[in-house]
Design a protein around this ligand. Sequence first.
Ligand SMILES: [Zn+2]
Length: 163
Amino acid sequence: LICISKYISIDGWKSNICFSAAHIIPEYEKCGRLHGHTYAVHIKIFGETDEKGIITDFSIIKRKLREIVNDLDHKVLIPRLSRLIKIRRKSDSIELEMLGSRYVFPEKDCELLPINSTSAENLAEYILNLFVEKCPMKEEIEEIHIGVDEGYGQGSMIQKKMK
Ligand SMILES: [Zn+2]
């Protein structure tokens, strides 16, 4: 049995699927202070080629990923499910309290995410789930990998089998 696996690959840095955002990770001393990164999102899509010889259309994939990252761009990323960060809404502000520090941000500057920490690993999982929801894949697609780089040269990757 010869097993051949084909995929398409998009590099977020080269294709400008990037965003800049601020976050706090109270679990780590250094990341426990508010700071920011420029992130890039990469994707690999594995599957069978169609009669035209393609797995899927690059431009649609890039457009969907850009829509997702645009919602995160220039925002304060807040992990809605964190056990360490207490989140309060006050009219149009969001107040965060953790380990003796308190931050108040305008609500429009924040993006509350359904994750427990804004690590690159969790951001990759969030983006993968959102991508699958927003961009239904044809049956021939077998697997999707999403990578999130936190700055150039380090990142996290997650993969989901589609069948
Ligand atoms: Zn960080």
